[in-house]
Design a protein around this ligand. Structure first.
Ligand code: 0A1
Ligand code: ZN
Length: 880
């Protein structure tokens, strides 16, 4: 285990590497407890840094057997973090470093570096895992071509690049593209391939392989299909072709994250690649499609052009998420995809930005870089690029990307380089826009309005628009009415950033007439000052504004909107995102009245919902989204932002009350949807049938409250796919039924580990608040509970922290249980423990008793002897 003393790394301390690498050869002789790694590395002094620097090689948990410089033994004395060779012992001309080290993959429970999972060897080197494989300048701005020779008694041995040669017990791979060490990968095991081919637009023949454990080959078809579509899409939309003769994907059961974009050898968490109709849900299929695309797109945005240092992480991650979002929109429905992205941005990134872990898209300091693979770096980073594209327009965006690829191919870059490409390609000054990268926190935009009716009817020629900050032209008198919109922006203080400056915020807006017609199609207002006034002249009637169409900026919008206006937008808005948002706002406002004033369920909202449910012209997937209520965590955050102390029990009760009312009032509509929306025939994971299933299962969840579970039980028994089986079973669990189905589910799926993860997770996620801790405790004693497997650990304890009212039980038992398990997990796997500790980031929202219990859990974790650097950083930041 590494020393915990958190050493802070600062962006401002960046210096270029004093030694560059021209070539790396690795010979890896695999052995479960004594793997030998021989490295031959051609170094050269970096002319840009001047003479006199020692050669610093990172290395952790390595036993050094021998080292030579230009064939002469050298007495290197490693410390815990690596070794240094003084400059005067090194030639001025290029030299060869050779080292042999021994490592113990079997003892590596961190899943970082080289480790074993179910008898196979696998690696994970991002961000700093390569230093656990050999001594190396393990930083992304050192890029080199690699040659790898693997020996082992396992039948399949894979590494990056193209296969060169192989024989019994050995294989050689060569990657001609210079890459940073974090993209190194090596896999060996008894793996079965699913093969296919792809011809690139440049005429390259590429052999594709997806490598899985015996018994999993029936679950690779969808991932292969998604891969080929991703390759085609990147050619068609970004003009980027694949650049090696093979592209391999490996599924690994023990993996900390979703997947990893190692050059030519992507390694996936099994959960993010394996799917069959019987074992994967529609949501799993969509997630596999997205992650396959994401990792593939990294080949250009991440691998060919990488990051100079880890503060630039969003350079590759924000851009690659944005690209996978575009891809998914093209493959499925743009509207449904965008709404899903907005939901997850708010649930994870807004929450992060509002709490003690808030940080900028380009942070300035970290203790443990693995703690910065966050929703802010990924999702907010993607939002920033989406705004940039909206501001410059799609053609200028495409031109800027062409310039980015031609200017920076083969380089390790910064976010400044990225923005320079945009200012050079468009002539636009992006200095203010750049604040999005440096400033943490979610901006709040408040809206006030004014209306002056016209003396005459509106004149032909349409609406006039004036930004009063840049023009003082008055609306022409005597022609229609004038509507004035005042937008104010304000970003709350975040840790270390008390004062915020105004950002460039694109606010996409449309105006809707009282009869629901479009008075003004979408325009993009640019909010750059703290307050700006926009005037819309020549209007025939007072409009209702539809603000933040397509969620044009990652901000929190507040406007005194009446329920009547929300209902109008929900019925008539032509933008699906603001239309959906209007329904959400109605639900939220009604729930807040139930929670704060003890009001009954809002009849107006239920009525509006009924209209959406009955509107067969609407995409079922969109209707399913409108049927969803704000999550309990969302409600808690909203109440807290509005100055209230959220009571998790009251939020749970109100949500249940509203659901019951919806079920009762809309019973007939729900029944009609349920009966009319079935998708006969063989299961098809495509967006259209998946949308129908989503709507139908949404209806079922409500109906199950009224029919004693009859429909859900019938569906559970008849379902031939996991989406419906899970939908039916969780509908039962949510209303306290389904005991027998829980047993049947287990018996049926016991041999399918990914399905058993669902079995663990759903029981905890759907448990009543006063049962959740007991259910999680019981399941942690189950014979199939393997706490060292991140998927299984997350199934139980991720579900516990996601069960808002259960986790926040007034007794504090939820906090105590999670803290106990995080302490236990930390000793084996600090990365996953630290990621999951963010369950505690919301402690400031709550009442004194809950705050005390949450901070006591934080203190207890922090005081634990030997706590990892990962956890120490997270817990100290949360405690504040
Ligand atoms: N770069 C990968 C995510 C990833 C990051 C870190 C990891 O280990 C600490 C593993 C994977 C991606 O964006 O998909
Ligand atoms: Zn990524």
């Amino acid at each position: 285990m590494r020393e915990a003393a958190p050493q802070t790394v600062y962006l401002r301390d960046y210096t270029p590497p004093p030694y560059l690498v021209d070539h790396v050869t690795l010979e890896v002789a695999l052995h479960p407890t004594a793997t030998r790694v021989r490295s031959t590395i051609r170094f050269r002094r970096n002319p840009a840094t001047g003479p006199g620097h020692p050669l610093r090689l990172d290395g952790e948990e390595l036993t050094l057997i021998a080292a030579q410089v230009d064939g002469v033994d050298i007495n290197a004395e490693p410390d815990d973090l690596g070794l240094s060779i003084p400059s005067h012992l090194l030639p001025d001309t290029p030299f060869v470093w050779e080292a042999e080290v021994e490592i113990n993959p079997q003892a590596n429970t961190t899943l970082d570096g080289l480790y074993m999972s179910n008898g196979m060897y696998s690696t994970q080197c991002e961000a700093e895992g390569f230093r656990k494989i050999t001594f190396y300048p393990d930083r992304p701005d050192v890029m080199a071509p690699f040659k790898v020779r693997v020996t082992s008694d396992l039948p399949v041995m894979l590494s990056n690049g193209n296969p060169v040669a192989s024989g019994p017990g050995w294989a050689e791979w060569e990657d001609p593209h210079p890459k940073p060490s974090y993209l190194f990968a090596l896999v060996a095991g008894d793996l079965q391939p699913t093969r296919d081919t792809f011809s690139t637009m440049e005429g390259r023949h590429v052999d594709l392989g997806i490598w899985v454990r015996a018994g999993d080959s029936d679950k690779t078809a969808y991932a292969m299909d998604a891969l080929k579509r991703s390759m085609l899409w990147d050619e068609a939309v970004y003009g980027r072709a694949y650049d090696l003769d093979v592209f391999n994907i490996v599924a690994v059961d023990d993996f900390n994250m979703g997947a990893m974009e190692n050059k030519g050898l992507n390694i996936f968490n099994s959960r993010c690649v394996l799917a069959s109709p019987a074992t994967a849900t529609d949501a799993d299929y969509a997630s596999i499609e997205r992650i396959i695309a994401h990792e593939y797109f990294h080949n250009w945005t991440g691998n060919r052009i990488t990051c100079r240092d880890w503060f630039q992480l969003s350079l590759k991650e924000g851009l690659t998420v944005f690209r996978d979002q575009q891809f998914m929109g093209d493959m499925r429905s743009h509207a449904v995809k965008r709404i899903g992205d907005v939901l997850s941005l708010r649930a994870r990134q807004f929450r992060e930005d509002a709490g003690p872990l808030a940080h900028a898209v380009r942070p300035e300091a970290y203790a443990e870089i693995n703690n910065f693979y966050t929703a802010t770096i990924y999702e907010k980073g993607a939002e920033v690029i989406r705004m940039l594209r909206l501001l410059v327009g799609p053609d200028a965006y495409a031109a800027a990307l062409d310039l980015y690829f031609s200017r920076h191919d083969g380089q390790a870059c910064t976010i400044d380089d990225w923005l320079s490409v945009f200012s050079d390609a468009t002539g636009r000054d992006l200095s203010q826009f750049k604040r999005w990268y440096g400033q943490a926190g979610t901006p709040h935009i408040s809206v006030t309005e004014d209306w002056v009716p016209g003396a005459d009817a509106a004149a032909p020629g349409g609406v006039t628009i004036t930004d009063t900050t840049t023009s003082n032209a008055e609306a022409p008198a005597g022609m229609g009415g004038t509507y004035t919109l005042t937008l104010r922006q304000d970003t709350p203080a975040t840790p270390g950033q008390p004062l915020k400056e105004p950002l460039v915020i694109p606010v996409a807006l449309g105006l809707i007439g009282p009869d629901g017609t479009d008075l003004l199609p979408t325009v993009v207002l640019e909010l750059t000052g703290p307050e700006q006034v926009f005037r819309f002249g020549n209007l025939p009637a007072r409009p209702v504004p539809s603000i933040l169409r397509d969620f044009s900026a990652p901000v929190i919008l507040s406007r005194d909107t009446t329920d009547a206006e929300r209902a109008l937008l929900l019925a008539h808005d032509t933008d699906p995102v603001t239309r959906w948002e209007a329904g959400r706002d109605l639900a939220r406002a009604g729930l807040e009245r139930m929670i704060l004033n003890g009001a009954g369920p809002d009849a107006g909202y239920i009525d509006a919902l009924g209209k959406m449910l009955r509107d067969a012209t609407l995409d079922p997937a969109f209707r399913a989204l409108t049927l969803g209520l704000p999550s309990q965590d969302d409600m808690a955050q909203g109440l807290f932002t509005a100055g209230h102390t959220p009571d998790p029990d009251a939020i749970h009760r109100a949500t249940q009350g509203l659901r019951r009312a919806i079920a009762t009032v809309l019973h007939d509509d729900l029944a009609q949807v349920y009966d009319g929306m079935s998708t006969p025939g063989a299961y098809d994971p495509g967006a259209v049938p998946a949308g129908k299933r989503a709507l139908r299962l949404g209806a079922l969840a409500h109906l199950t409250r009224l029919d004693d579970g009859a429909r859900a039980r019938a569906l559970f028994t008849s379902a031939d796919n996991m989406t419906e089986a899970m939908g039916a079973w969780t509908a039962l669990l949510t209303v306290g039924l389904g005991v027998e189905e829980t047993q049947r589910f287990y018996t049926r799926w016991q041999a399918e580990r990914l399905v058993i993860d669902k079995w663990f997770a759903a029981q905890v996620a759907c448990a009543a608040p006063d049962r959740a801790v007991a259910v999680a405790t019981d399941l942690s004693q189950h014979a199939d509970f393997n706490w060292k497997n991140p998927n299984r650990f997350r199934a139980v304890f991720g579900a516990l922290s996601g069960n808002a009212a259960g986790f926040h039980q007034a007794s504090g038992a939820g906090y105590a249980l999670l803290a106990d398990w995080l302490i236990q997990l930390d000793a084996a796997n600090p990365q996953t423990a630290a990621r999951m500790s963010s369950a505690f980031e919301t402690w400031r929202r709550y009442d004194p008793a809950r705050r005390a219990a949450m901070t006591a859990a934080l203190e207890r974790m922090l005081a634990h002897p030997g706590l990892s650097r990962d956890m120490t950083e997270m817990v100290s930041r949360m405690r504040g």
